[in-house]
Unconditional design. Structure first.
Length: 309
């Protein structure tokens, strides 16, 4: 019997073994995909440290003829304003991610319970916005006139807080990965739904929570459109909104030859293309540094539902 089990294990190992040539092809594909993701970032950084004269004469180059830190010096001169906007971006991203994660996970859990009487109605209400949208004007009227969010930090948080797509992900995860037998056992022991959700469902849902949190964090960090719609107070500008304003100011001064002498001199001394790329690097680096903290949850998510020996 033991010999048959050993033979079966050996045969399964042989079937699952990857040939060296196949493994080499897979490694080559992964290296190409990694290069496709990394090389553009390196290229943007190289442009940001290129001199304006080099860009003007030779265009964008991976290895510029002349290096310069004028773009970063230009942003450093505006350090106080940029740091304030960076702090606002961090605050909006953290508060929005925590609030969105709490609302999304609770709603997804409620919709995943088949015994909930309003399950079908609320599922339809959540699903409809994925297909139909009221439009930007309707959203603007609701957020500014009905909710009074204009020129408040909540205007940057609440419009992006909930997403039907994220709710559907949570609902599907709870349906497929939280066994009903565990829920029923907890109910027999007298546990309330809130206790089941906080003590059983959430600890088993770390990969899903990390995925939703990353979606929300990316959305908040990269958003500048909400600030352009609802915020006129410069103290509430996020980093992306501020950098967008700086870029538009650069373009305006660069394309307007009728300015006075002082602004014209400022325009000539200002790194235009390099500043744009330096702004992109400033946006990329912080959010890229947070990804490794979520990586292990993504890896554990790959084994959810797998058969364990």
């Amino acid at each position: 019997m033991a010999k048959n089990d050993k033979d079966l294990a050996d045969s399964m190992t042989t079937l699952n073994r990857i040939k060296p040539s196949t493994n080499l092809v897979f490694n080559a594909i992964f290296w190409v995909l990694a290069a496709i993701c990394i090389i553009p970032v390196i290229f943007v950084f190289m442009i940001s440290v290129s001199s304006e004269e080099s860009i003007r004469m030779n265009g964008y180059q991976f290895l510029p003829e002349t290096f310069s830190l004028e773009a970063y010096k230009f942003l450093f001169d505006e350090a106080e304003m940029i740091l304030r906007a960076l702090g606002m971006s961090v605050l909006v991203s953290v508060v929005g991610t925590v609030l969105g994660l709490a609302l999304t996970s609770t709603m997804g859990y409620v919709l995943s319970r088949k015994t909930y009487k309003l399950n079908g109605l609320l599922t339809m209400i959540v699903f409809i916005p994925m297909i139909f949208n009221g439009g930007m004007i309707a959203s603007y009227v609701v957020n500014t006139q009905m909710l009074g969010l204009r020129n408040t930090i909540w205007a940057l948080i609440l419009p992006l807080c909930m997403s039907s797509f994220n709710v559907v992900i949570c609902r599907t995860f709870f349906n497929t990965n939280i066994p009903d037998s565990i829920i029923e056992s907890a109910q027999i022991d007298g546990a309330s739904q809130l206790t089941i959700f906080s003590k059983i469902a959430l600890p088993l849902s770390k990969p899903m929570l990390a995925t939703i949190a990353l979606f929300l964090a990316f959305g908040y960090w990269n958003d500048w459109f909400q600030a352009s719609l609802y915020v006129t107070n410069t103290k509430l500008n996020t980093l992306q909104a501020l950098l967008n304003q700086i870029q538009r100011s650069i373009e305006m001064m660069a394309n307007n030859p009728a300015m006075g002498l002082t602004l014209q001199q400022y325009r000539n001394a200002m790194p235009k293309e390099g500043a744009r790329m330096a702004m992109a690097i400033i946006i990329i680096v912080p959010i890229a540094c947070t990804y490794p903290f979520f990586q292990r949850y993504f890896i554990s998510g790959l084994t959810v539902g797998a058969v364990k020996g």
